[in-house]
Design a protein around this ligand. Structure first.
Ligand SMILES: CC(C)(COP(=O)(O)OP(=O)(O)OC[C@H]1O[C@@H](n2cnc3c(N)ncnc32)[C@H](O)[C@@H]1OP(=O)(O)O)[C@@H](O)C(=O)NCCC(=O)NCCS
Length: 157
């Protein structure tokens, strides 16, 4: 973790999206150059509505909504996958994404039969591959629909 993140007094948390906050969460956006890396939050929430295994939360920095995360969470098969992850363009580079990812990993660690967390990313300029590598994800060598697959081994506490 960066020195900045260690000294950052801002508290990052994952919170349920509510009827009161859903419009605000749907207005959070990545940079135009990043739009091919992640779907809009409104689309993710709509897909979640039709997917029993979807688990999603808004990412807050103190009381400010700054991002969104969605997991594919299949507790029956013990399969966990980071499906969507974004920090709004105005709040990137402040350590929030890294902290939120740690919270997500902690959450998955507590899920039934969790041994790994998968993610896939669109390669290219500014892609999040290097970001995930910082947090221990390793390339599996698989490519799904043009996206490179990575996995993180989840150690039980
Ligand atoms: C990837 C993303 C979530 C990172 O969030 P963030 O809040 O900007 O990240 P942080 O500020 O916590 O960065 C943590 C560290 O990772 C590094 N980092 C951030 N994004 C990076 C990237 N794309 N490539 C390499 N390193 C990156 C930062 O420089 C920082 O390093 P430091 O600790 O040395 O300062 C955010 O940039 C984003 O939403 N990107 C667009 C959407 C996207 O690609 N989502 C993933 C879909 S699979």
């Amino acid at each position: 973790m960066s020195a900045m993140a260690e000294t950052n007094p801002v508290h990052v948390s994952l919170r349920e999206v509510t009827g009161e906050t859903v419009r605000t969460i749907c207005r959070l956006e990545v940079k135009p150059t990043q739009q091919n890396f992640v779907a809009p939050n409104a689309l993710s929430i709509a897909e979640a509505y039709f997917t029993e295994e979807a688990w999603f939360r808004a990412i807050y920095a103190d009381e400010t909504p700054v991002g969104f995360v969605m997991l594919y969470d299949n507790a029956t098969e013990g399969r966990y996958y980071l499906w969507r992850f974004m920090i709004d363009q105005h709040y990137q580079g402040l350590g929030y994404g890294g902290r939120a990812l740690e919270l997500v990993i902690d959450h998955v660690r507590g899920r039934p039969q969790a041994s790994e967390l998968g993610v896939s990313y669109v390669p290219g300029e500014g892609s999040p591959g290097a970001f995930y590598r910082r947090y221990g994800f390793v390339e599996t060598g698989e490519v799904h629909g043009g996206e490179r697959v990575m996995r993180l081994e989840i150690e039980k506490r």
